[in-house]
Design a protein around this ligand. Structure first.
Ligand SMILES: C[S@@+](CC[C@H](N)C(=O)[O-])C[C@H]1O[C@@H](n2cnc3c(N)ncnc32)[C@H](O)[C@@H]1O
Length: 227
């Protein structure tokens, strides 16, 4: 395990243990979370709703097939979205056992007993080639330490014609968010540099996928890619 992986694992072990605060922010519900969404992430009002739409733009609620979500984190955003996907096989993966423990508990609370939760590293996915119809990655690419192997592994496990979709932080869109990430998120291990700009991310994705559509909301780029 690389030194950076250890830093990231420790950072998210802490987040997993303080999951109610993290979930309150991700779901824009707690007071502190709403303040963070508004002032640090700069996703005020309609922008937060647009961020959510962008995150799930490539995955319809009636999706049927094999889905890998990585990283699931605590599942605060994605698990409620899976409530009616009974005909799909859903694997939710994360590197952090503490984040996964919270996701499992939340999945049980929502009655999502068929979802498979699995610990794993996006840079060495324990799946055969062409295993999934869709890979969803929300706020993962800016956190992963080995970004190139994360992208090639996700591409490898997707079937031809499959969809890679989600969103991540991109630098250069908002000075306040960039500063918060540079001074807090990166040193603490929540985010791992180097960070893409929207156009550098688009270029990388176009090198792998036959169709790439990019969108953006504040400092978050959305991607919808077909293999
Ligand atoms: C910012 S959180 C996003 C989680 C979730 N998608 C969300 O939106 O709440 C980043 C997640 O990436 C996970 N992670 C970091 N490095 C990873 C790796 N190499 N493989 C898999 N997951 C990883 C962390 O454990 C953490 O749960």
């Amino acid at each position: 395990m690389s030194e950076r992986n250890t830093i990231v694992r420790k950072a998210y072990a802490l987040v997993g243990r303080l999951a109610s605060h993290y979930d309150g922010m991700m779901q824009n519900e707690s007071l502190l979370g709403r303040l963070a969404i508004r002032f640090l992430w700069q996703l005020d009002g309609e922008k937060y709703a647009a961020f959510l739409r962008q995150a799930f733009q490539g995955l319809s609620k009636d999706f049927v097939g094999d889905l890998l979500e990585i990283p699931v984190g605590t599942g605060a955003l994605s698990l409620p979205y899976y409530k009616d996907m009974n005909a799909s096989s859903i694997t939710c993966m994360d590197y952090s056992e503490e984040m996964l423990a919270r996701a499992r508990k939340y999945g049980n609370e929502l009655g999502l007993h068929a979802i498979h939760f699995q610990q794993g590293d996006v840079s060495a996915l324990p799946f055969e080639n062409d295993s999934f119809d869709c890979v969803l990655s929300i706020d993962g690419l800016h956190a992963f330490p080995q970004k190139e192997s994360a992208l090639t592994e996700i591409h490898r496990v997707l079937q031809r014609g499959g969809t890679f979709t989600g969103c991540c932080y991109v630098r250069g869109e908002n000075a306040i968010t960039d500063r918060f990430i540079k001074c807090f998120c990166a040193p603490c291990g929540f985010f791992t540099p180097p960070f893409d700009t929207e156009s550098s991310l688009e270029e990388k994705l176009k090198g792998l996928y036959s169709e790439v559509t990019m969108t953006s909301v504040g400092s978050f780029a959305g991607f919808l890619c077909k293999k």
